[in-house]
Design a protein around this ligand. Structure first.
Ligand SMILES: Cc1ncc(C[n+]2csc(CCOP(=O)(O)OP(=O)(O)O)c2C)c(N)n1
Ligand SMILES: [Mg+2]
Length: 801
């Protein structure tokens, strides 16, 4: 970017682009600071809480984001903006005409701009949500891999330009382990075309970061094959370095500890001179050099870091040629140009009313003009507007075509096995799909963190191959060695094999599950994981759901039913997690025909695109979402039946009577998942004494519960006829009937059913874990066996109201 480069604006003299960018930078700083200030000082407080916001963190990213959004970005690029710079992002969108004043005024308020950029809650073109440190970075790298996936398969039309995947992140975010998990994985997959721009302000939340951190960052990145570009000093400082004494000044700055630099930034004025002269005593040229500047000019020069120099940033980013993954370390100042600049405790600091007033005057903005787009700027409004109208990123998204839905084929027709496990038959379903083919199978992409074979994906992968940008042969196959897994790697492959890092699993599912929105190509992502290890990546899973990414998560084996595989791998809390995670419909089928019905439905559900907040019929069925299947390795006797349409519907809604109760039944056993045989055994032993009893199969505690909540909500709002599936299911049984629930998971997952009709309930499940053994041993130990179910039935029945 050269100063001489000019834009012609209608009827006004040409002005340099950099001058315009500087004006916009100033406006963005003002608007973002004011947005936070007005939310905290001008809105009525009703709940005793401060509104908050991060003026310092925002200020440090203003220059970088100004350069990106007004100069560098092209419509097809996608960006993850550092969470605390949300006001900066929204101020930029406001200037671009994509954000409303009303929403700016309601920053952090109801239906206003969000504290952290949100794909789902903000309406001004957030590409990736951020908020949880480190995740936005990894998300862009995996999005780049997904873009390669769809482009190498030729699914984007030739006119669609490749977009760059860019993250602007805080230096503190690099403490998060998930960043390095992603770096390592990306190296394996040859990820390219991604920029991570680090806003290196040398501060995180609590304090100043460790000295020389940038050196460690550089080494790590370079080791993983990244190009590292360090932008340290601005042009004015660089010019001073060329003067007599300049080399010493540079050395002093290079050696300056982070905390001293930050303290001097805060103190400003003569503090610089005193410190430098004290440190470089006897060096005459330094004295002369500093004497060229008064205190104000010296402060301005000493804080002229590259991350606040538009020219340096624009030049550097424009010169980034090739597609090497690139880390840009841009030196910045937290709170740049604001009164608390550099103070180590400025993270959540808010400017006072008086400070804000002074800042307003310094910006040349009159009272009442605070929200004005151009107030206080030197260049004529028309010129600025013409510039804004031509900013390429304004066209964001227009390049992406809507991705049509793929129709779901009939399930593969395979004879039902008499004894089977849900995990094994999930694998077979996918294998059959791979063989039969069709548009849905072609768009399916599986992913697993080193548990591909042990979660049942082996057959699918052998048929459909492993995705890699470069072709490589399966040496075992080539040498005619016996092996079950034929893992041919090529751009045609449809399985992405990850190392053992569950954060990466969920982040790549997030990226694959947003492909329809980011790249206009719909994918059907299916990820597999051992159920307990969902916990390892839980924040990333939550992040994927929050972004409304669409995928099917298959978790297996689960619970204590994995038995001899070891106590450490037992998952007992995941059924609760499945219920509580917004955006994820959780199922725990016991039988294979249930699993098939759920999979068929899931392929459609993850493609639904309805919008809107929750309504009284809150099952998200019009919006769609992602799906979590909790499966098991336990082979169990399968019912020999053909499910009717209404039975399939009941399975999707969450439950059905496996053995219908007679009207007025005094007892019912309710089970979910792999404990079905014990529930059935106990039920059969009861029928002599309780011939009217029922046996209820719960295929989704999550959806049954959500339906019940929705019906109650509807009734509170006046719809007296609203009735949920669980209420209908329980309607025939006696009001004083006893209920017993059983699940291989925390008992609370089903115990709420007692509250539906006010029934006495006993809930069996697992509250403590860690024993290994065979299934009978463990079911007896944890109380999931038929005897315990029977004794719970007796106890519940005897204690009825
Ligand atoms: C996973 C996670 N842990 C903790 C936090 C709380 N938190 C918010 S900001 C912050 C420090 C950010 O430091 P840095 O990335 O350097 O941001 P900046 O200096 O630009 O504000 C922390 C720990 C969070 N948002 N996410
Ligand atoms: Mg920082």
């Amino acid at each position: 970017m050269q100063d001489e480069e000019r834009v012609e604006t209608q009827g006004t003299p040409p002005v340099s682009r950099i001058r315009i960018l500087r004006e916009l930078e100033r406006k963005v700083l003002w608007l973002s600071t004011w947005m936070i200030h007005s939310a905290n000082h001008l809105r009525e407080k009703v709940d005793g809480l401060k509104v908050g916001g991060h003026q310092a963190s925002s200020a440090s990213a203003v220059t970088i984001l100004t350069a990106l959004y007004f100069e560098i970005l092209r419509p097809e690029d996608r960006v993850a903006v550092k969470p605390h710079a949300s006001p900066v992002f929204h101020a930029i969108q406001y200037l671009l005409g994509k954000q409303t004043l009303d929403k700016l005024k309601r920053y952090r308020g109801y239906q206003g701009t969000q504290a952290y950029p949100s794909r789902t809650k903000d309406a001004d073109g957030v590409d990736f949500s951020t908020g949880s440190m480190g995740l936005g970075l990894a998300q862009t790298a995996f999005a780049s891999l997904v873009q390669d996936y769809v482009r190498l398969k030729g699914w984007q039309d030739s006119s669609t330009q490749e977009g760059r995947m860019i993250a602007v992140a805080g230096d503190g975010e690099l403490d998060e382990g998930n960043v390095y998990e992603a770096l390592y994985e990306c190296w394996k997959h040859g990820v390219r075309n991604v920029w991570w721009i680090v806003d290196y302000n040398r501060q995180s939340l609590d304090s100043v970061v460790t000295d020389q951190l940038f050196g460690k960052i550089s080494h790590l990145f370079q080791m993983m094959g990244w190009r590292v570009v360090t932008l340290k000093y601005g042009k004015r400082l660089e010019r001073a370095f060329h003067k007599p004494g300049g080399a010493e000044l540079r050395q002093w700055l290079d050696d300056c500890p982070n905390s001293l630099y930050s303290a001097l930034v805060f103190k400003g004025g003569s503090a610089w001179r005193h410190q430098i002269l004290a440190d470089l005593k006897g060096q005459e040229e330094i004295n002369a050099l500093l004497n060229e500047y008064d205190d104000l000019a010296l402060h301005s020069m000493m804080t002229n870091l590259a991350g606040h120099d538009l020219e340096v940033i624009c030049e550097a980013l424009q010169q980034l040629d090739g597609d090497a993954p690139t880390c840009v370390i841009a030196y910045t100042i937290k709170g740049y140009d604001l009164p608390f600049a550099g103070h180590k405790e400025n993270h959540a600091g808010l400017m006072t009313v008086a400070q804000m007033d002074q800042f307003r005057q310094r910006c040349g903005i009159e009272e009442g003009e605070e929200w004005d787009t151009f107030a206080g700027l030197e260049l004529p409004e028309e010129e600025l507007q013409v510039f804004l109208d031509r900013v390429p990123i304004r066209e964001n998204r227009s390049t992406v075509r809507a991705a049509p839905k793929l129709s779901v084929p009939h399930p593969p027709e395979a004879p039902a096995k008499p004894i089977a496990s849900t995990q094994q038959e999930f694998g077979r379903y996918l294998f059959d799909l791979a063989r039969e083919g069709g548009p849905l199978a072609d768009r399916m992409v599986t992913v697993s963190p080193d548990v591909t074979v042990s979660t049942g994906l082996g057959g699918w992968v052998s048929r459909r191959g492993v995705f890699h940008r470069d072709e490589s042969v399966d040496r075992f196959g080539q040498l005619d060695l016996a092996s079950l897994q034929k893992w041919q790697m090529s751009p045609e492959g449809q399985h992405i094999e990850l190392g053992i890092a569950e954060n990466n699993l969920f982040l790549i599912l997030a990226a694959l599950g947003l492909s329809h929105d980011l790249f206009g190509v719909r994918l059907i992502p299916v990820g597999t994981v051992y159920d307990p290890f969902i916990y390892r990546g839980l924040d990333a899973l939550n992040y994927a759901c929050y972004q409304d990414a669409r995928f099917i998560l298959v978790a297996t084996p689960s619970g204590i039913t994995l038995a001899p595989e070891g106590g450490a791998h037992q998952s007992l809390g995941t059924p609760l997690l499945g219920m509580a995670q917004d955006g994820l419909a959780a199922f725990e089928p016991a039988f294979v025909d249930e699993l098939t019905a759920i999979l068929q439905w899931s392929f459609d559900y993850i493609q639904r695109g309805g919008k809107g907040e929750y309504s009284s019929a809150w099952l998200r069925d019009s919006q769609g979402g992602s799906v979590y299947l909790r499966l098991s390795t336990r082979p169990i006797q399968q019912p020999q039946r053909v499910l009717s349409e209404s039975q399939q519907k009941a399975i999707i809604e969450g439950g059905y009577w496996f053995r219908e109760p007679a009207p007025g039944a005094e007892l019912a056993i309710i089970y979910s998942g792999a404990v079905a045989p014990e529930a059935l055994e106990a039920f059969e032993q009861l029928t002599d004494d309780f011939p009217h009893a029922g046996l209820l199969a719960v295929t989704s505690a999550d959806r049954l519960n959500a339906g019940w909540q929705a019906a109650q909500r509807s009734r509170r709002r006046g719809d007296r006829n609203a009735r949920s599936r669980i209420e209908s299911l329980l309607a025939p049984i006696a009001p004083d009937a006893a209920l017993v629930t059983v699940i291989d998971g925390h008992p609370a997952a089903l115990s709420w059913i007692g509250a539906v009709g006010g029934h006495r309930i006993q809930s069996l499940g697992v509250e403590h874990f860690g024993q290994s053994g065979n299934i009978p041993d463990l079911y007896r130990h944890y109380g999931l066996d038929a005897d315990t179910i029977l004794s719970a039935c007796a106890s519940a029945w005897l204690n009825r109201k």
